[in-house]
Design a protein around this ligand. Structure first.
Ligand SMILES: NC(=O)C1=CN([C@@H]2O[C@H](COP(=O)(O)OP(=O)(O)OC[C@H]3O[C@@H](n4cnc5c(N)ncnc54)[C@H](O)[C@@H]3O)[C@@H](O)[C@H]2O)[C@@H](O)CC1
Ligand SMILES: Nc1ncnc2c1ncn2[C@@H]1O[C@H](COP(=O)(O)OP(=O)(O)O)[C@@H](O)[C@H]1O
Ligand SMILES: [K+]
Length: 540
């Protein structure tokens, strides 16, 4: 198994420093297709390549068998559960290929319908003829076998053709499979059976896989936090679907990939001076939360802004000057929180000097702060970064949302998102709400999580693949605010800053985890690793 994070699309590399990042996954265009589009890609490939549907099934199953052979040995017995559709067809071919490689295999057919797909029938017939003693039939829950551990259970019951929740005795079989999780390994083919690729699978029976071998693409469902315990580790296996279909078919959902990030990244001009890369201002901190201001200022500096100023309450002056001598410091008249943002306004105009303003980390939600934020939103007209308590202020005074400069980036975590826009029944509904709000407000909204979702004013949503649970530690979000503010100050467009900044943040987090462990790393380590993340992105 891969012990460290993979970056999809990146080839294996030499060790970076004294730790290693493994890059195993194949290069694929990271579009997220719906089940219907995947079916269409399948049909397009069969028509254009040309290749028969049986050959395509063989190709997909070969990839799965090769993956299984790489991760297991013939000492481990395999139990392959096949449905009646093409997912089951994959199962028959995988069973045949593993037997040829010397594995002990038993294949089970679930008679959940009398309508078998043609390719399933063809492959089942071949298998039954060659290996009749390796087949068992399942008509009811009582037919579920007693399995000796450790074994590998391959779930090829339902794939993307599932159109409703599984019920009846087949649901009983799904529960039986899940009962075998401890001590055995469950590998789902294409998608865990029961899981819907494009809709919520909450409260419906699904196989809970340790690994999912997904053909060609990620499915939207794999990126949803509510499905974290269902798909396990997802491995995307290319099966050669037609590149023309993939390139030309428009999608709403994307997964950012290294190539995309490399093209966004702009190298520095050799004749640059500190004015070239913008003056960033971070309005942050309050008594007891000066760390948030320091983290965002440091991250802003280490992402390349020409000049960084931090606007903080008086109590934070020494803290900031000592913690970050490279940042300039402006203090509010209030000792404990930011109340006026004076200096940012002159003669009721914001000065031109700040190319981007980031606001929110550790800010507090005092009434005076809210009033000052309102004035700032009225006077400043460039895209801003709005995070943490600045978002909480927007949630308390919803009319302020209309005053946010167009193209600004909001960076809520799920709780802040709910405060701003209300609750959702499941994560698919929340994604829809996220996208709708980005369109209706004409803002970029970044919803934080394992796969941070970045919604754009045109309705597109990009998911970020980098990052790890080591980043679930206080201050990680403050670092992101600094990074995004810095990129905007340097002249990146809001969309470019959003995609590049979020990727960098997660990658620096992955490098920090590889160096210090997910447990020991802190938000400061993410900043320390930004340099290596930049070097990596440049070198792609
Ligand atoms: N993506 C691709 O291009 C390829 C896909 N292949 C496989 O094809 C699969 C899709 O195959 P199919 O479209 O045949 O669909 P599935 O194999 O996912 O399932 C369809 C079968 O399930 C039944 N069914 C649907 N919903 C049900 C429910 N709620 N309860 C009980 N039965 C239900 C249908 O009547 C049908 O028999 C993919 O997931 C993948 O495994 C591969 O064979 C080759 C290439
Ligand atoms: N399990 C995880 N996998 C990937 N990224 C994570 C994970 N947990 C947290 N993060 C990232 O860490 C950051 C945490 O932000 P936030 O909750 O605002 O922290 P804080 O308010 O403490 O600064 C987000 O960018 C989020 O995407
Ligand atoms: K499956």
């Amino acid at each position: 198994m891969t012990a460290v994070r993979c970056y999809p699309g990146i080839k294996a590399r030499e060790p970076i420093g004294h730790y290693i990042i493994a890059y195993h996954e194949p290069a694929t265009i990271m579009k997220i297709f719906s089940s219907a589009q995947i079916k269409a890609a399948d049909a397009y490939t069969i028509a254009q390549e040309p290749v028969s549907s049986l050959q395509l099934m063989e190709r997909a199953a070969e990839k799965c068998a090769a993956w299984l052979d790489l991760h297991f040995t013939p000492q481990t017995p395999f139990h392959i559960f096949c449905g009646m559709g093409n997912n089951g067809g994959d199962g028959w071919v995988i069973a045949r290929l593993l037997l040829k490689k010397g594995y002990t295999v038993t294949a089970y057919l679930l008679h959940h319908t009398t309508r078998q797909s043609a390719d399933n029938a063809a492959n089942q017939q071949v298998f039954r003829e060659q290996y009749p003693q390796h087949v068992r039939d399942i008509y009811e829950v009582g037919d579920f076998p007693v399995l000796a551990s450790p074994c590998v259970i391959v779930d090829a019951i339902f794939g993307t053709g599932l159109n409703r929740a599984i019920d009846g005795w087949v649901a009983g079989i799904i529960h039986k499979i899940n009962d075998q999780r401890n001590g055995n390994t469950i590998v789902a083919i294409d998608i865990p059976s029961g899981m819907l690729a494009d809709a919520s699978s909450l409260h419906i029976p699904t196989v809970k896989a340790h690994h999912t071998l997904s053909f060609e693409f990620y499915k939207l469902a794999f990126l949803m936090p509510e499905n974290a315990a269902i798909a396990g580790e997802v491995h995307v296996l290319p099966i050669g679907l037609h590149p023309e279909y993939i390139t030309h078919t428009p999608v709403r959902f994307h997964l950012t990939d290294p190539e995309m990030i490399h093209t966004i990244y702009q190298p520095r001009d050799p004749f640059a001076h500190k004015g070239t890369y913008g003056h960033a201002l971070l309005i942050a901190g309050s008594y007891g939360k000066m760390g948030a201001a320091v983290l965002s200022a440091k991250a802003c500096l280490h992402t390349g802004a020409g000049l960084v100023s931090s606007y903080i309450p008086e109590c934070g002056y020494n803290i900031m000057q000592i913690a970050e001598p490279c940042a300039m410091c402006i203090t509010d008249i209030h000792p404990h929180y930011n109340s006026h943002f004076q200096e940012v306004f002159r003669n009721n105009e914001t000065t031109d000097q700040y190319k981007c303003i980031g606001i929110g980390p550790g800010l507090g939600t005092e009434t005076a702060t809210a009033k000052a934020l309102e004035k700032l939103l009225e006077l400043y007209n460039r895209p801003m970064v709005i995070d943490a308590d600045a978002l909480n202020i927007l949630a308390s005074y919803p009319y302020l949302l209309r005053k946010v400069p167009p193209g600004s980036i909001l960076t809520p975590h799920p709780k802040e998102f709910t405060r701003l826009f209300g609750p959702s029944a499941n994560h698919f509904d929340r994604l829809e709400l996220l996208s709708q709000k980005a369109v209706s407000t004409q803002l970029y909204i970044l919803l934080k999580g394992r796969y941070t979702a970045m919604a754009c004013p045109d309705g597109a949503v990009y998911f970020n693949p980098t990052g790890n649970p080591g980043m679930a530690t206080g201050g990680s979000g403050d670092v992101l605010t600094g990074i995004l503010t810095s990129l905007l100050a340097q002249g990146y467009s809001p969309k470019a800053a959003l995609l590049l900044g979020t990727y960098l943040h997660g990658m620096a987090g992955d490098l920090a985890a590889a160096k210090y462990s997910q447990e020991a790393m802190a938000a400061t380590d993410i900043i320390t690793c930004l340099g290596q993340a930049f070097l990596y992105i440049k070198g792609l």
